[in-house]
Design a protein around this ligand. Structure first.
Ligand code: HDE
Length: 727
């Protein structure tokens, strides 16, 4: 059995480019899935809480909505061939319900996937916040997280290039706290009033409804180039963050500056972070596009499968903490959501760990009906004056009333807080509570004044940070602290990427802008790019056939920041990665042993052969390079790669295609035994980084002789036009 450790280290680098030579090995203490016993911490009780609403259809008769047993396969008709009757209440109820099955999809973030989990506090953080879920070390709080893309509709492909939503609900014992964030720490606009403009520009064209889930069109880039506040987020979206390997491999950010407030009323500005403990990883664009056609559910499938397999993804939750008076200290306004606060300037204080450990039972009831709101805060958290945040505080509730047809959606099981609810809100469509209080107003004496007002001192009420104040003339304007500079931070981001990642970003912009029709838009885009970086603008100009512009250096600088690259570090865990094992059904030799050995690391070996014979997981007729994170060619399979197919059961050239595509998509490919001889005969595969052949001694080793060159190389070298043309 060859040692596959170095191959797997590279497997981890599938998307983490510089991972070659990364240390193999990691800790993954899995949390148990279980229900809470009476008296156990509340965190364990989500499953139990939702169970009371769960319907079990086992061993039952079909009934109408009002409980009468019935049959519903034939409508009631006048004679066998006669017309059906209006009287048929069974028909009417069934069809009417079906007619109303759909609710409006989310106006943005329509495509997504969710999961339940638990948050555990690392400590007692009462020195910075009164939030009860952060009050004790080891305190557990149930969570529900929904990941999403932004622009695509509900049926769009997961791997569209886009910002990714990362919305987290903490069901705390003092009510629900939502962080409705993204995988990119900044946003396109500064004022919520521009949100409809941004979304109208990025959504498909109003006449043709083309293109779906894509910004490679004129209106998007028209807006981006007219509204330079978008450029920073645009750069992040054009980099690896825009085409994530999976939801498990993204970070989350609260984006806005919020406040933490202690019980004694002291407040600090905070920025929320979720850091993936799987490591970050992105796809390459050609693969992302291919996946969109071949497996549109790539991300939701990955999340669901990982959780089903007990490979629970984890994130560390933390905050950057800034004194109130330092709001302008870092060279920009912390109320401006288009700006990034470097970790070097304010390190992240890690507050706890979040683990996703249970899939929804019903997609619609849970993932579709979960209604996150930035306005869902708990005691100990407060807003800031960020105008984007202020606008969001209005928008989410408003859109959710529209989606639900009334104001009672907070009573749906997935939205229901785990703290008791007492207020004077009454009635409305779908009211599910039976309120007994006949004095639903405040103040009252008839119900002994109850429910009473909770204040900071009494009843642990919410309170606004005491030193918050606002005054000024009424104006419609952009603050000077917001509009002074839109260009140096995208450059900071760009400077901080690996050279290959910079090329990745440029190629993304080249792809998108090459779809533009309007010469004006093309020129405007170039002007904006050139304010950020002349090298970027020149490379884009090349593709657009425009004159490469002279430098416009007002905002140029060479500063960098840490932690923004997707590809610089190896993955922290290999859990849930898939290695394709290409063989023939009569040659399963090492497959079982290899499978067992990789399983110890949470890696699945998928055995590919001609038919679904025993021991085979996939056939060549169905297998695809996009389904694997690395590929191994079994010993004794060289005939798979001949000019003619070795079997009529798959198209000619299919195995070679899987290997060469995998290689081009930056995945490691390994050849065992006499298959090593085929390594160089596969179109496009060059000996070097990412290609492993088995040596005579039986150890998997890189075909490239020069270890230093290999350690510095990247799998992006394999993607075609990542040429040396940069600069
Ligand atoms: Fe959203 N956004 N957004 N957004 N947003 C929605 O709310 C909106 C913004 C984000 O998984 C909608 O219930 C406005 C920033 C996520 O259910 C809608 C503005 C950030 C999700 C809405 C923003 C986000 C949404 C659509 C500018 C990152 C999905 C349906 C002021 C910090 C949540 C819904 C889920 C969803 C409005 C900007 C993240 C229309 C007006 C900034 C993750 O209300």
């Amino acid at each position: 059995m060859p040692s596959l450790r170095s191959f797997l280290a590279l497997t981890a680098s599938i998307s983490s480019v510089a991972a070659i030579g990364c240390p193999y090995g990691y800790d993954s203490p899995a949390l148990e899935r279980r229900d809470a016993a009476p008296g156990e911490p509340q965190a364990q009780s989500t499953e139990k809480f939702l169970k009371q609403f769960t319907v079990n259809d086992n061993d039952t008769y079909l009934t109408t909505d009002v409980g009468g047993p019935m049959e519903d396969q034939n409508s009631l008709s006048v004679g066998e061939r006669g017309p059906t009757l209006l009287e048929d209440f069974i028909f009417r109820q069934k069809i009417t319900h079906f007619d109303h099955e759909r609710v409006p999809e989310r106006a943005v973030h329509a495509r997504g996937a969710g999961a339940h989990g638990v948050f555990e506090s690392y400590g007692d953080w009462s020195n910075i916040t009164g939030a009860s879920f952060l009050s004790k070390p080891g305190k557990q709080t149930p969570v529900f997280v929904r990941f999403s893309t932004v622009a695509g509709s509900r049926g769009s492909a997961d791997t569209a290039r886009d910002v990714h939503g990362f919305a987290t609900r903490f069901y705390t014992d003092e009510g629900n706290f939502d962080i409705v964030g993204n995988n990119i720490p900044v946003f396109f606009i500064q004022d919520a009033i521009l949100f409809p403009d941004l979304i109208h520009a990025v959504k498909p064209s109003p006449d043709s409804e083309i293109p779906q889930a894509a910004t490679a069109h004129d209106s998007a880039w028209d807006f981006f180039s007219q509204q330079p506040s978008t450029l920073h987020t645009l750069f992040w979206a054009m980099a690896g963050q825009g085409i994530a390997r999976s939801y498990r491999h993204i970070d989350g950010f609260g984006v806005h500056t919020f406040r933490f407030v202690t019980d004694s009323g002291k407040s600090k500005l905070v920025k929320f972070h979720f850091k993936t403990l799987q490591g970050k990883a992105g796809l390459v664009w050609e693969e992302a596009q291919q996946i969109a056609g071949k497996n549109a559910d790539f991300h939701r499938g990955d999340l669901f499968e990982a959780i089903e397999a007990g490979r629970f993804p984890e994130w560390e939750f933390g905050v950057q903490i800034v004194d109130e008076e330092d709001v302008l200290k870092y060279g920009f306004d912390l109320m401006d959501p288009t700006k990034y606060l470097r970790e070097e300037d304010v390190p992240i204080t890690k507050l706890g760990k979040m683990t996703l450990n249970r899939n929804p039972t019903n997609y619609f009831a849970e993932t579709e009906q979960v209604m996150f709101q930035p306005g869902h805060i708990v005691r100990g958290v407060d807003f800031s004056d960020d105008p984007l945040l202020q606008g969001r505080l209005f928008s989410y509730l408003d859109t959710q009333i529209n989606r639900n047809g009334g104001p009672n959606f907070e009573q749906l099981p997935i939205n229901r807080p785990r703290a008791p609810i007492h207020n004077n809100n009454r009635d409305g469509a779908g009211q599910m509570f039976i309120h007994g209080n006949t004095a639903p107003y405040t103040p009252n004496t008839l119900n002994s004044g109850s429910p009473r007002q909770a204040t900071q001192q009494k009843g642990r009420g919410f309170f606004t940070a005491p030193q918050r104040s606002a005054s000024g003339k009424l104006v419609r304007t952009v603050a000077a602290t917001f509009s002074a500079d839109y260009w140096s931070q995208p450059r900071l981001f760009f400077n901080s990427l690996l050279p290959q990642e910079q090329q990745f970003l440029i190629n993304a912009i080249r792809f998108e802008t090459a779809h533009l029709q309007s010469e004006t838009v093309k020129k405007n885009v170039l002007t904006q790019l050139n304010r950020i970086h002349n090298g970027v603008a020149r490379q884009v100009a090349q593709v657009l056939g425009l004159t490469p512009p002279a430098a416009d250096p007002k905002f140029y600088h060479e500063n960098k920041t840490i932690g923004v690259s997707v590809f610089e570090k190896p993955l922290l865990k290999l859990d849930g990665l898939k290695v394709g094992y290409l063989t023939t059904q009569n040659n399963l030799g090492d497959a079982a042993a290899l499978k067992a050995s990789l399983a110890k690391d949470g890696v699945d070996l998928i055995v590919v052969a001609e038919t679904l014979a025993k021991g085979v997981d996939q056939t060549y007729s169905a297998a695809d390079s996009t389904g694997f994170d690395g590929v191994i060619v079994a010993s004794g399979t060289s005939k798979l790669f001949g000019d003619k197919p070795a079997s009529a059961l798959y198209p000619a050239g299919r195995p070679a295609q899987i290997v060469s595509e995998s290689y081009r998509f930056g995945k490691p490919v390994g050849f065992l035994g006499d298959a090593s001889a085929t390594a160089t005969s596969i179109p496009g595969v060059k000996p070097g980084p990412g290609v492993y052949v088995q040596s005579a001694g039986g150890k998997a080793k890189r075909a490239a002789a020069n270890a230093t060159a290999a350690a510095n190389s990247t799998s992006f070298q394999t993607t075609s036009d990542m040429a040396a043309s940069f600069k």
